[in-house]
Design a protein around this ligand. Structure first.
Ligand SMILES: *[C@@H]1O[C@H](CO)[C@@H](O)[C@H](O)[C@H]1NC(C)=O
Ligand SMILES: *[C@@H]1O[C@H](CO)[C@@H](O)[C@H](O)[C@H]1NC(C)=O
Ligand SMILES: *[C@@H]1O[C@H](CO)[C@@H](O)[C@H](O)[C@H]1NC(C)=O
Ligand SMILES: *[C@@H]1O[C@H](CO)[C@@H](O)[C@H](O)[C@H]1NC(C)=O
Length: 488
């Protein structure tokens, strides 16, 4: 720093001298060489500045933008994870999918994971034959949450027996703030905050049919936000899973910037990738004619919140009014729920596949030309979007801030629409008019960008670095909180 300032000073000084001397043209030449040397040294300083060290804790963008070493670190951590439910490996949505992808990747990297979660009432808990992964099961409360007193006791027992935990991670309020408040080596990941949900409440109210009563969610949600603003700061570190949520946590929830870190969700890049053979096999298995000019896909639970009533109306109208589209478009629906039956009413253009296992889901993404996600739930980043992106498919989704700021950031990657039937129809027509060739191009761009941001490896490396940085041991943290940013 001192060096930079000196160079800057010299530079200014030289240039002043140069300007001054140039008015006396006869002697200015004598001083030129000295001045140019100063100017040169200033240029060098500028180049060195590009290789600067940044403090990760105050890094304002998604950590996914940074490159962390692929080799596991010299220091392996003992990590406690609190998560309401640990899902069956292949059938996980949302928060649970995040929890398994992240923590199983950390286990693979050699860290010791202790997972505090509820025992499935089914007693069909999947055991993993891995020595550095240990489950601490407990009976859920009547509402299905972790029994706080019980898990806290389990945690303390494990924490005092042998090696203490280096870091504690809670998925949402798995560990509640009442217990978490004194832990400085703790990070909470938010997968849905009340402020973001206000947008969903507004949409739902606008879509409400006049014969249904107004939901009191509209007024209660704001109270919920105030409550969250009060208790969130009790957690030491916060991970926002989208850029938008990061901004809200800092601005609306007023959490200091060095305690809010953006790490976008990631999905398995080894599973979700372009594979022409898989597309062919999938199409032939489900009898999807290769002659169809366009195949749209939707995946996830087929419920109202996910925008299926809107999509149903839009498709119904388009299929009725446009015979070209009716003859050439196929819509694949992966998932189940009440809207599955409704979609079947639309006839042979719609194929409702039911829920798919992970491997089959990879075939599904390959078989489609575009993924349509009409969700009305403003809650972080939907995994289906990221899986489609890594498979090289463009996206079409609702204009929700987490999606438009972190995934569909431009028209080159996909299409966005407002959550109403006319806007959705307009976007669907645009997709049809653009056609397969343009969609393929958008899909390629989406994948190029996605590989830099949304891989499971990226996500796990970012969390690992955050954990190393906030871990108990002060000696190590100092180095792990620094990052050498290389430019060029
Ligand atoms: C920046 O860092 C990289 C890697 O450490 C190094 O190869 C490069 O020479 C550095 N550039 C400058 C201008 O110091
Ligand atoms: C138990 O598992 C079966 C099949 O996996 C499922 O149909 C059932 O709903 C589960 N019951 C509970 C209580 O989770
Ligand atoms: C946290 O620290 C406060 C003040 O030291 C103490 O009163 C409280 O019992 C602690 N809470 C927990 C859950 O350890
Ligand atoms: C269907 O829509 C497309 C795209 O807007 C249009 O080019 C075509 O003429 C329409 N076909 C029919 C039969 O309405």
């Amino acid at each position: 720093m001192a060096n930079d300032q000196r160079n800057l000073f010299n530079f200014r000084y030289c240039c002043c001298v140069l300007v001054f001397l140039s008015t006396f043209s006869s002697i200015s030449f004598l001083y030129w060489s000295h001045c140019s040397k100063c100017c040169y040294s200033e240029t060098q300083t500028a180049v060195q500045e590009q290789n600067r060290t940044i403090n990760l804790l105050t890094y304002p963008s998604a950590w996914n933008n940074l490159n962390f070493p692929s080799k596991p670190p010299a220091r392996l951590l003992k990590v406690a994870l609190f998560v309401k439910k640990w899902p069956d490996k292949h059938r996980a949505g949302g928060l649970e999918r995040h929890a398994t992808t992240l923590h199983l990747t950390l286990v693979e990297r050699g860290h010791e994971l202790h997972i505090f979660t509820t025992a499935s009432s089914n007693s069909s808990f999947t055991e993993y034959p891995i020595s550095n992964l240990k489950f601490h099961l407990s009976k859920p409360t009547a509402a299905g949450y972790l029994d706080q007193a019980g898990v806290w006791k389990q945690f303390q027992t494990e924490n005092s027996a042998g090696r203490a935990f280096d870091v504690i991670h809670t998925e949402s309020v798995g560990l509640m703030h009442t217990r978490a408040r004194n832990l400085t080596n703790l990070a909470v990941s938010w997968h849905g905050i009340a402020y973001e949900s206000i947008h969903s409440d507004i949409i739902q109210e606008l879509l409400r049919s006049p014969d249904k009563p107004q939901s009191n969610l509209l007024t209660q949600r704001v109270k919920k936000v105030v409550e969250e603003v009060r208790f969130f700061p009790r957690y030491a570190h916060h991970v926002a899973t989208s850029d938008h949520v990061g901004d809200v946590l800092k601005r609306i929830y007023m959490i200091p910037e060095d305690r809010v870190h953006i790490i976008l969700n990631g999905v398995y890049e080894g599973v979700f990738k372009p594979d022409a053979l898989k597309a062919k096999v999938f199409k032939s298995k489900f009898g999807i004619p290769e002659s169809k000019a366009l195949v749209l896909g939707m995946a996830g639970r087929l419920v109202k919140d996910k925008g299926h009533p809107l999509m149903f109306q839009a498709l119904k109208q388009i299929l009725k009014e446009n015979s070209t589209i009716r003859d050439n478009v196929m819509v694949l629906v992966a998932g189940d729920g009440p809207w599955g039956e409704r979609y079947r009413e639309l006839g042979s253009n719609l194929l409702v596949l039911g829920p798919l296992e992970q491997a089959e889901l990879a075939g599904f993404y390959n078989a489609i030309d575009i993924l349509v996600n009409p969700t009305l739930r403003a809650q972080g980043l939907d995994h289906t979007l990221l899986e489609a992106v890594l498979t090289g498919k463009p996206l079409m989704a609702t204009k929700l801030a987490s999606i438009t700021e972190s995934v569909i950031v431009s028209k080159e990657i996909g299409y966005t629409f407002s959550p109403n039937v006319p806007s959705l129809k307009k976007a669907l027509y645009e997709v049809w008019e653009d056609g397969r060739v343009i969609l393929e191009k958008k899909g390629q761009l989406a994948r190029e960008r996605g590989l830099k941001l949304y891989t499971a490896t990226k996500m796990a490396a970012a969390y690992e670095r955050l954990f190393l940085c906030i871990a108990h041991d002060r000696e190590y943290r100092r180095d792990y909180c620094k990052y050498q940013q290389q430019v060029g």
